[in-house]
Design a protein around this ligand. Structure first.
Ligand code: 9MR
Length: 447
């Protein structure tokens, strides 16, 4: 009323209201990446770990992606740890999850120098024995999943950086022909699956990608079944190759599909808001290069959350390489992918502190929960997080915060020693609670 009396125009009042109302609504209604991808003719995928496909991880993997790649579950050491003794449990689980969520599966990988079982690596094999081993492996694994795999990374990482062939068990025993043979056996075992050769550091035009190009060209000329190339794209912040789109295009012009198969973009830790903004630009550039070429059919990230990435253990001091943080909050990188796919969702404002809620372990009557308050481009000297439980959950004990619950309403404030959340930092607290029937994740508010 006071505004009206002081003569504020109706137009500006309405505009102000609209802004207040639409900003959070647009965020809540962000279109999933898989749907944005479909509109552009792209499949959007992620590598997954089978044991994690529950709770928030499972929800996001199912909702946001239209393709899953088992990160490790289909590798030879996983499926045949002892010769003749098979373990398909995790691979089966991922395939079943994908089918339940109307997702493709990229099979990864059949012929590689790494993650082979010890009995294979340490054996001493004649070329004839190697041939039999490889043919049986491909026939068994591709045959088991016949009709369920959209594409196989049949051969993984065959080249050295200078474009010569990598000296592996397979190359040393069988020569370059192991590649053509593997592709031919895979085709025989599942004629419908698209067959790929996959490698890293082949994203730009360079000696290694040119070797891959020449291999694909020669396979095509010889009539060997080859449908696509996988550019892994394990990239470093700020170093997206300027020739990425040109490189994708030259493979497409050979008459094969291209997939970005293992995208992640690592940085030095701890990350700050400038680095996360650069990472957004990098993810957007890679996605845009795929969008620009019709035959770039799939863009897959190698883990969608920083809590499920190979980077931190392999490159000490580096990480934060994926589109979601370790607490499943979408990072600017997520919106980089979304924007390049034509999404109009509203990224969270830069310079903010946010709270995210997670369920740790859960048993028949109780569960352990946690909340993490993270700041980027902002900081806090004290905090309070509130939420409302939707299914009768009841907090019984909290640590690293003081929590009270009244009816369904929970309010948790910092302890004396953890009110400060610095820019680029985070603080977590945990609690035990009871539940029955269901345990939906509430929306938390940071006040
Ligand atoms: O993500 C995989 C990780 O869990 C394994 O420890 C690692 C072992 O090499 O392999 C990772 O995946 C690799 C993929 O299979 C092939 N390209 C490189 C990936 C990262 O190492």
């Amino acid at each position: 009323m006071r505004s009206l009396r002081t003569g504020l125009s109706l137009t500006s009042l309405v505009a102000g209201l609209a802004l207040l109302l639409t900003a959070p609504a647009a965020h809540a209604a962000d279109t999933p990446l898989r749907d944005l991808g479909t509109a552009k003719g792209k499949v959007v995928g992620t590598a997954v770990t089978g044991s994690k496909l529950t709770g928030t991880y499972g929800d996001l993997a199912g909702a946001q992606f239209s393709s899953l790649t088992p990160g490790n579950a289909m590798k030879w050491e996983s499926v045949e740890p002892a010769q003749g003794s098979f373990n398909w449990a995790e691979a089966d689980q991922i395939v079943a999850f994908a089918q339940a969520h109307n997702q493709q599966v990229r099979g990864h990988t059949l012929v590689w120098h790494s993650q082979n079982p010890n009995w294979l690596t340490n054996g001493s094999w004649t070329p004839a024995q190697l041939t039999t081993l490889l043919q049986n492996h491909i026939g068994t694994e591709v045959g088991r999943y016949k009709g369920k795999i959209a594409a196989w990374d049949v051969v993984n990482e065959p080249f050295n950086e200078d474009g010569t062939y990598r000296p592996t068990l397979w190359y040393n025993g069988l020569g370059t022909d192991y590649i053509a043979k593997a592709l031919t056996w895979a085709r025989a075992a599942d004629p419908a699956a698209k067959l790929y050769v996959n490698d890293y550091n082949v994203e730009g035009v360079n000696a290694k990608s040119t070797a891959l190009y020449n291999l694909v060209k020669s396979l095509k000329e010889r009539g060997v079944p080859i449908d696509g190339v996988g550019l892994q794209a394990h990239l470093v912040l700020g170093q997206v190759p300027s020739t990425l789109q040109q490189n994708i295009q030259r493979f497409a012009d050979l008459g094969v599909d291209v997939a970005i198969t293992e995208l992640d973009i690592r940085m030095n830790l701890p990350s700050d808001s400038a680095e996360l903004a650069q990472q957004k630009a990098d993810y957007k550039a890679v996605t845009a290069a795929c969008v620009a070429v019709a035959r770039c059919v799939n863009l897959t990230v190698w883990g969608f959350t920083d809590s499920d990435s190979w980077v931190e253990s392999t490159f000490p001091g580096q990480g934060a390489a994926t589109p979601y943080d370790a607490n499943y909050a979408p990072k600017p990188a997520y919106y980089g992918i979304a924007e390049a796919l034509g999404g109009t969702g509203t990224p969270p404002p830069t310079g903010a502190c946010t709270a995210s809620y997670g369920v740790g372990s859960q048993w028949n009557t109780g569960f352990t929960g946690n909340v993490t308050i993270s700041c980027s481009g902002a900081s806090l000297s004290s905090w309070k997080v509130t939420w409302t439980y939707g299914a009768g959950q009841q907090i019984t004990q909290a640590w690293n915060a003081t929590c009270t619950q009244s009816g369904a309403a929970v309010s948790c404030a910092n302890a004396s020693y953890n009110g400060t959340v610095p820019d680029g930092g985070s603080v977590s607290f945990g609690f035990n609670a009871s539940w029955s029937g269901s345990n939906p994740v509430p929306t938390v508010t940071l006040g």
